[in-house]
Design a protein around this ligand. Structure first.
Ligand SMILES: Nc1nc2c(ncn2[C@@H]2O[C@H](COP(=O)(O)OP(=O)(O)O)[C@@H](O)[C@H]2O)c(=O)[nH]1
Ligand SMILES: [Mg+2]
Length: 376
């Protein structure tokens, strides 16, 4: 970066655990590599004590795709739950290149100077395939990553958005329990991941760019609707004037987009991570948004709604996985698909047959759950 402050790594110890900028996602699930077994009580103690190694192991555990680890992760999260929920949770979106990572690095360092502890997570289902965003962030978040008051975790190598969303949410809880009071979640700006992130944060910041004209086409309307705070970024040098013009245009556009005329319209600001101008104002707008939610009781309602929606997202995800892997369903699928294609069977009849096969083959672990109301 271009300022004179001593680099934070000057006095901090090396940070264990996978970080932004490390080698691309390991080919093997790290939890499958032989390592000491996970003990949820021991791990919880380490997390609550702020041990970086313990936090990294806890996140590795929640990211693990091994069924045996799910139960341990659930135990861990149950122990940690009373210590979660106090952080300021912020989602940060914007098209690739908008400057999100640079912004997070600059903002994060300021917040650390103010005494905060910063957790940075990413939701990017594409990163596992391309490794792109992780490599890009090596330089962008280098300074923040060296601080012992920051914990930065790249998007997990999940295969699909649902998996990435789950592990990001659970990692956030681990980090909150470890005392990180600001959680910043960067996302890629393509739509679906924003929906997932908006389901786990209090405030959504949209980082836009000055490019009068194609500004609105580049940002999907759905993402504009989700934004609680907007900043036109890279407002420096020759770009500054244009950024202001764009901010005014966006402010007008937001009037049209907000369906409820009484709902507070998101403030549209300008900022530059390069010069630092506007960063404090953006953070203030984020704090103000959250404070307004809290004062009106909406923060609690928002989080309750997020939990409820998350519950059903989990149920749907599990159902889809079970359907896809069901032996009985797979035994009939090709035949039924063929019959539907040939017009021998209606889609409705075939769907009944598939569900009947599925019902005969429901995963054991779903049956007789103590809270199901069916168990004896
Ligand atoms: N002029 C200027 N360039 C910036 C600023 N922030 C980031 N950049 C540059 O924009 C490019 C993309 O930044 P990055 O943070 O990786 O964007 P991301 O893809 O949204 O995370 C990099 O070359 C940065 O150096 C800024 O405030 N002003
Ligand atoms: Mg980035």
């Amino acid at each position: 970066m271009n300022d004179e402050r001593a680099p934070l790594w000057a006095e901090s110890s090396p940070t264990p655990g996978r970080q932004y900028g490390d080698a691309p996602a390991p080919r093997r699930d790290p939890a499958q590599v032989r390592r000491p077994r996970f003990d949820p009580h021991e791990l919880a103690e380490q997390v609550l004590g702020g041990s970086r190694g313990g936090i990294a192991r806890a996140i590795t555990l929640v990211e693990s795709s091994r069924p045996a680890h799910h139960a341990i992760a659930a135990d861990l999260l149950r122990i940690l739950r009373p210590h979660t929920g106090k952080a300021t949770r912020v989602g940060i979106t914007g098209v690739p290149g908008a400057g999100k990572s640079t912004f997070i690095d600059a903002l994060g360092r300021r917040l650390i100077e103010q005494g905060h502890r910063i957790a940075v997570l990413a939701v990017d289902p594409t990163s596992a395939k391309t490794g792109g965003s992780i490599l890009g962030d090596r330089t962008r978040m280098g300074e923040l990553a060296q601080s012992d008051r920051a914990f930065i975790r790249p998007s997990p190598a999940g295969s699909h958005l649902g998996g990435v969303a789950r592990t990001t949410r659970e990692s956030m809880l681990v980090l909150e329990a470890a005392g990180y009071d600001v959680v910043l979640i960067e996302t890629v700006g393509v739509g679906q991941s924003e929906v997932a992130v908006s389901g786990m944060v209090d405030t959504f910041l949209l980082i836009a760019l000055a490019r009068a004209g194609d500004q609105l086409q580049g940002i999907k309307r759905g993402i504009l609707e989700m934004a609680d705070v907007i900043t036109v970024n890279k407002a420096d040098g020759d770009n500054e004037g244009e950024a202001r013009v764009t901010a005014r245009e966006l402010a007008i556009a937001m009037k049209l987009i907000t369906s409820d005329p009484k709902a507070p319209r998101p403030p549209v600001l300008t900022s530059s991570a390069l010069t630092g101008r506007g960063l404090d104002e953006v953070w203030q707008a984020i704090i103000d948004h959250r404070a307004a939610l809290e004062a009106s009781g909406q923060l609690e309602a928002r989080r309750a709604r997020q939990q409820r929606e998350w519950l059903w997202a989990l149920v749907r995800g599990e159902l889809e996985d079970a359907l896809r892997t069901s032996v009985a369903v797979n035994a009939v699928r090709v035949r039924l698909e063929g019959q539907v294609e040939d017009g021998e069977l209606s889609a409705l009849e075939a769907s009944d047959a598939i569900l009947a096969a599925f019902a005969s083959d429901l995963p054991q672990r779903w049956q007789h759950h103590p809270d199901s109301g069916f168990a004896g």
